[in-house]
Design a protein around this ligand. Sequence first.
Ligand SMILES: C[S@@+](CC[C@H](N)C(=O)[O-])C[C@H]1O[C@@H](n2cnc3c(N)ncnc32)[C@H](O)[C@@H]1O
Length: 208
Amino acid sequence: MSSSDVKKKISIYNLKTKKEILNYYKDWTTNNQYNKDMIDWKYEAPSNSVKLLDHYSNDKSIKILDAGCGTGLVGELLYKKGYKNLHGADFSGDMLNLVPKNLYSSLELLDLNKKLKFEDESFEAVICVGTFTFGHVKANALSEFLRILKKNGLICFTINEGIFKEYKFDIKINDLTEKNDWKIIKFLKTSYIIKKEVESWICLARKK
Ligand SMILES: C[S@@+](CC[C@H](N)C(=O)[O-])C[C@H]1O[C@@H](n2cnc3c(N)ncnc32)[C@H](O)[C@@H]1O
């Protein structure tokens, strides 16, 4: 599907500035509406991603960064699978306010388009779901995720089908592979938001 076709499906896809997006999430979180919509829209990205990461991880004690954690939908699924060393980061304080208490060991309010405050090689996994989408986080964040990952660490992320080429994720992914920064284990098109008929790419890679 073309980028402009996908853009028509959900109104947030047409926003451009950080301020517009933060205001949108402020409204969307009122009365827990974001979480209600994700159930109603059959948003499958969190369960697809958690299943994929869990399939390739053989250790439940790994330290995981949930980058763009929002209200914690991904964290909750990881927690149910037995992962307890969870750390969340997002730039919307309104989304973070809806995160269940004690789900994450730490929560950071930060912009994933900037250099991250985390030390090199400080996580064993990074998961980033629903955040590589229109107007949100750009492909360069993948380099930052690799910087903060330990050798052999896992990275799992979705990319909205509408931005894959427009935001040059195709080029960035090839570049990281050619530089031998990671080894891609799975990369496929999958369901994302079923009711809105939007699909995503999903990727699971291991840092070299
Ligand atoms: C569609 S939500 C997905 C949230 C969660 N991962 C989930 O699957 O429900 C996208 C999230 O990305 C966050 N986000 C967008 N741009 C960001 C940025 N530049 N830095 C950090 N977080 C950002 C938003 O605040 C929002 O919580």
